[in-house]
Design a protein around this ligand. Structure first.
Ligand SMILES: NC(=O)C1=CN([C@@H]2O[C@H](COP(=O)(O)OP(=O)(O)OC[C@H]3O[C@@H](n4cnc5c(N)ncnc54)[C@H](O)[C@@H]3O)[C@@H](O)[C@H]2O)[C@@H](O)CC1
Ligand SMILES: Nc1ncnc2c1ncn2[C@@H]1O[C@H](COP(=O)(O)OP(=O)(O)O)[C@@H](O)[C@H]1O
Ligand SMILES: [Mg+2]
Length: 282
């Protein structure tokens, strides 16, 4: 197994693309965030706002009906389409021309939601980020991993990873099993933690930004929005994962002197994305 490449400023500047002066919202990328359930619509609000603040031109959120007013009121820049069901997603039937999709935050694992994910994966080839409950549903139904298109990005935290690949007894075994999963299924894996590893087959990167302030509810939902936004802006899956993870961590490093570890919340990540980008330009 190759030793991990440090994901530092140098690696990022090889990949980072500045904005074209003549761009417009119609070509900056359209993101679709699919997720939410009764009591967990906030996850979609966070992912959707993070996607916008990472630079895509348009964001649509697909949520159960109970999420309609919540998303509209908390992030007015985001467009909202609702499922037929009141409290959870039961069928992902929408015909939108989007450039990237993030699925899973707050989505829950009701049987109807599981079936909806199965049908969605069977029918989509749009660049995709799979997170949270969508990962848990795949772990419940391992044969469905074959439905995931090559180059899809999976973003498990340690518990989600364990559900997906089984237990490990050392960090080396954890990394080895994740590399095998990435190779066999041709997916990019963002192995979240302290630190986060990004795995693309035998290419392994270890992030150098971020700190314990990120140990707060919703910080993974924000990361999903950021990576999906970069995918929609035409970054390749591996570059979107690398840049998203690096910027996400950088926001916490930038904010730490003013927030401290304890008072930093997921919305502070979103608040500091602009400063993180600006620090790449200087
Ligand atoms: N405001 C909201 O609507 C929020 C919704 N969320 C959603 O809630 C759902 C459940 O997600 P959860 O991740 O809470 O539930 P999970 O059951 O998937 O994960 C929680 C478990 O994982 C363990 N774990 C997490 N990070 C770990 C780490 N770095 N090292 C070791 N163990 C770790 C925890 O100790 C706990 O046992 C998801 O759909 C998620 O998107 C959460 O993101 C929180 C905020
Ligand atoms: N101690 C830590 N140091 C650095 N990053 C951390 C730490 N704890 C959590 N993170 C980061 O915060 C994010 C948490 O994601 P996740 O557990 O999915 O959160 P949620 O589901 O609540 O949105 C990951 O990107 C992870 O790497
Ligand atoms: Mg999560």
């Amino acid at each position: 197994m190759n030793s991990p490449t440090p994901l530092d400023r140098n690696e990022i500047l090889k990949r980072y693309k500045t904005i074209d002066k003549y761009t417009h919202k119609g070509i900056q990328g359209h993101v679709l965030i699919i997720g939410g359930s009764y009591g967990k619509i906030g996850a979609v609000c966070l992912a959707s706002k993070a996607a916008l603040k990472t630079g895509c031109g348009l964001v649509t959120a697909f949520v159960p009906q109970c999420g309609y007013e919540i998303v509209q009121a908390s992030v007015p820049e985001v467009m909202v389409v609702t499922d037929d069901h009141e409290k959870y997603i039961s069928e992902i039937a929408l015909n939108l021309d989007v450039n990237a999709i993030g699925i899973g935050p707050g989505m829950g694992q009701k049987m109807a939601t599981q079936k909806a994910l199965h049908d969605f994966l069977s029918n989509t080839s749009i660049p995709l980020v799979i997170d949270a409950d969508a990962l848990n549903i795949l772990s419940n139904n391992p044969s469905w991993v074959a439905l995931v298109s090559p180059r899809t990005i999976l973003t498990p935290h340690p518990k989600e990873l364990e559900r997906l690949i089984g237990k490990w007894h050392s960090d080396e075994e954890k990394l080895g099993k994740t590399v095998v999963f990435s190779l066999v299924n041709q997916v990019v894996i963002v192995m979240k933690g302290a630190p986060t590893y990004i795995i693309n087959g035998e290419m392994i990167y270890v992030n150098t930004t971020g700190n314990a302030a990120l140990a707060t509810a919703g910080s993974g939902d924000v990361l999903t929005g950021m990576i999906t936004s970069l995918l929609a802006q035409s970054y390749s899956p591996i570059d979107a994962a690398l840049l998203g993870v690096y910027l996400h961590g950088l926001t916490a490093d930038i904010a730490l002197p003013t927030t401290g570890y304890q008072s930093f919340i997921a919305s502070d990540i979103i608040e500091n994305i602009g400063r993180a980008y600006l620090s790449l330009e200087n």
